[in-house]
Design a protein around this ligand. Structure first.
Ligand code: 5RP
Length: 221
């Protein structure tokens, strides 16, 4: 069992390892969450000439405060690398993300990157993905979208919103086949995006076990 402070140390270790991948001149996608918070300071300490895009207002503010250049993502066609945390990492490389309600932006940024690097403490490694899977729903027609999604989905307590004003909900049903669940959720009108990230999107996961940061290569079929 990893203690709370041990977990923080692991997040820092994974984030610092990922910061070492960034080189001068790169365009860099910055994810969201507490692991990424360690990444931001580690990247800032390197004083590189890089251009960043942020997946959430909180990351944007924190990165700018640390002196990182954050550009509007509307102006960049691609990114060299994106680095982000995850809520769950399965052995086959499927991820659940979006605990921080930013998974739609995070997926856009990951998809635009040449390399998407996931950083995590050891508690994020799971044998099989478990619900909940975060959803971002359009506020327009919300109740009808929830009817289509069925009893397995519900708006998250406190009705949080995404950085783009979407309503955050969760899928609580089984995840026997992540590809099937992902396809069903994505095909539902009113769902902006869900927090299942396919292995094809992930280049590598840097996962810290104590001070040991292991590079987990993701099987791409
Ligand atoms: C936010 C995310 C985060 O990457 C995920 O929730 C992990 O967060 P943390 O690094 O705080 O454990 O997907 O939408």
């Amino acid at each position: 069992v990893t203690s709370a402070s041990g977990r923080q140390d692991e997040k820092r270790a994974a984030a610092e390892a990922a910061a070492g991948v960034i080189e001068d001149g790169m365009t860099v996608g910055l994810g969201s969450g507490t692991t990424v918070a360690f990444l931001l300071s580690a990247v800032a300490r390197r004083e590189l000439k890089i251009r960043c895009v942020a997946t959430s207002p909180r990351t944007e503010v924190a990165a700018r405060e640390l002196g990182l250049r954050v550009d509007d993502f509307g102006t960049l066609r691609r990114l060299d690398v994106a680095i982000d945390g995850a809520d769950q990492i399965a052995p086959d490389g499927w991820l659940v993300k979006g605990g921080g309600a930013a998974h739609t932006r995070e997926k856009i940024v990951a998809a635009a990157a040449e390399r998407f690097i996931v950083i995590a403490d050891s508690t994020k490694i799971v044998e099989a993905l478990e619900p909940p899977v975060p959803l971002e729903l359009l506020a327009f027609g919300l109740q009808s979208t929830l009817v289509r999604l069925g009893d397995e989905c519900a708006v998250r307590a406190g009705t949080p919103v995404s950085p783009d004003g979407g309503v955050i909900a969760d899928y609580h049903g089984p995840i026997d086949d992540p590809a099937d669940v992902a396809a069903r959720l994505a095909a539902t009108p009113g769902v902006v995006d869900h927090g299942l990230f396919p292995p094809s999107m992930v280049s590598v996961a840097l996962v810290a076990y104590g001070r040991d940061v292991r590079t987990i290569t993701i099987p791409h079929s």
